[in-house]
Design a binder for this molecule. Structure first.
Ligand code: FEO
Length: 398
């Protein structure tokens, strides 16, 4: 695949990894692989915006060499410290040792603490401009979207926004643009990315989009650092972010459980039936058979969560504990939840789940449902009714 000219003299020179299945350590399952998008601007000052993950440096360098010798790079814009975008920076600085690096103060500190390079680094802040010749760049700090160092870069002459991680997706394909791929798959991957990476930062995202609107930025293209470039309808992903950041939901419930011998699963099926019969959309996940990344994505537009676990050692089972630990970190707002599960003698899982839900700031809408050993007919009926009761509570919140 060649470098792609996305606007006059602005080229995508990134790397595509269709095989990667785990990202950020093992926190994110990339079932469609990913891309690391770097961009080259050809001008009086030859400028590279971000780089790629270190092991993919050669792929980026090959694409750069289709256009220029990397030694000719004058400026490198470092929108973000994280290794998937800065990993190839030491190699670039070896090839172009006189290049100047631009980024936020926290980026300067973070890059030094990663690579210990003695590079010419210019700290920039929101509103600072850099002339490249025919093009210019405006910098917009974006702290905690999603690291303290994060920054957006905007090219007003070509109306291209380079927001780094924001508006990205882990989606490896030979296509580069939103009008070249299946729109439903693209939005599914964008939602998965938002839910698993950006969900905790909703209020900052709302403020950042407001800030962009206030300064009347006109955007023809959003060129993120992962996945597909938004050129057909950049407003689509901005509007989706606005909705997700406001924690807008629909009357949908996620039932997620971990079961030891199947009793908790029996309860899950019955309460899901109760929800369905009450007219509420429901998705059921055995979390040991599901990718956490996908379950979290499905939670993004769900109003309600029903979480269950068998009791083991007076507590929930370990996969549910890990799942809840991750969910708590995402700080979902405006949700209703409850807990259920089977136990043998003393119980404990339901109370533990409720405690973590409360710690996460999620409203527990009804008392937990615990059943000793295997549910009998009346307990299955109670599980069904439990689902129906939760459906009513969800509808009352709409
Ligand atoms: Fe894609 Fe925060 O790195």
């Amino acid at each position: 695949m060649s470098a792609v000219e996305i606007k006059k003299d602005i080229f995508w020179v990134g790397a595509v990894d269709g095989n990667i299945r785990n990202f950020h350590g093992y926190t994110y399952t990339t079932s469609r692989g990913t891309t690391y998008n770097a961009y080259l601007i050809l001008d009086e000052k030859i400028t590279l915006i971000d780089t790629v993950y270190g092991p993919d440096s050669d792929e980026m360098l090959d694409r750069l060499r289709q256009i220029i010798e990397p030694s000719k790079i004058d400026y490198v814009i470092a929108n973000h410290v994280e290794g998937d975008h800065s990993g190839a920076l030491p190699e670039i600085m070896k090839l172009a040792p006189n290049a100047k690096v631009f980024g936020t103060a926290k980026c300067k500190d973070g890059l030094y603490k990663h690579y210990y390079g003695n590079w010419d680094f210019q700290v920039v802040k929101t509103g600072d401009k850099l002339s490249l010749g025919r093009h210019s760049l405006t910098f917009i700090e974006a702290p905690m979207l999603h690291w303290p160092d994060s920054m957006f870069t905007y090219c007003p002459e070509e109306k291209v926004l380079f927001p780094n991680d924001a508006f990205g997706q882990h989606y490896a394909t030979s296509a580069r643009y939103d009008d070249e791929v299946d729109g439903a798959v693209l939005m599914d991957e964008a939602a998965k990315y938002y839910a698993n990476i950006l969900w905790p930062f909703g209020s900052l995202i709302l403020r950042k989009i407001e800030e962009l609107q206030k300064i009347n930025i006109v955007i023809d293209i959003i060129a993120p650092s992962h996945g597909i470039i938004w050129r057909k309808d950049p407003a689509k992903i901005i509007n989706a972010y606005l909705s997700w950041a406001k924690n807008e939901t629909k009357g949908k419930v996620i039932v997620a459980y971990e079961t030891m011998w199947g009793a908790t699963q029996m309860m899950a099926r019955k309460l899901a039936l109760g929800l369905t019969d009450a007219g509420v959309e429901v998705k059921v996940f055995d979390i040991n058979q599901s990718e956490r990344t996908e379950v979290i994505k499905d939670m993004l537009d769900a109003k309600g969560f029903i979480l269950g676990s068998s009791t083991h050692d007076n507590d929930m089972l370990p996969a549910m504990a890990g799942f809840l630990h991750f969910l708590k970190g995402l700080k979902p707002k405006n949700r209703l939840a409850c807990a259920f599960g089977s136990y043998g003698w003393s119980g404990g899982a339901v109370k533990s789940i409720e405690k973590i839900l409360q710690e996460a700031g999620i409203e527990v809408g009804q008392p937990g449902l615990a059943v000793r050993y295997v549910p009998d007919e009346s307990e299955l009926k109670r599980s069904y009714e439990y689902g129906m009761d939760f459906a009513k509570a969800i509808k009352a919140k709409e």
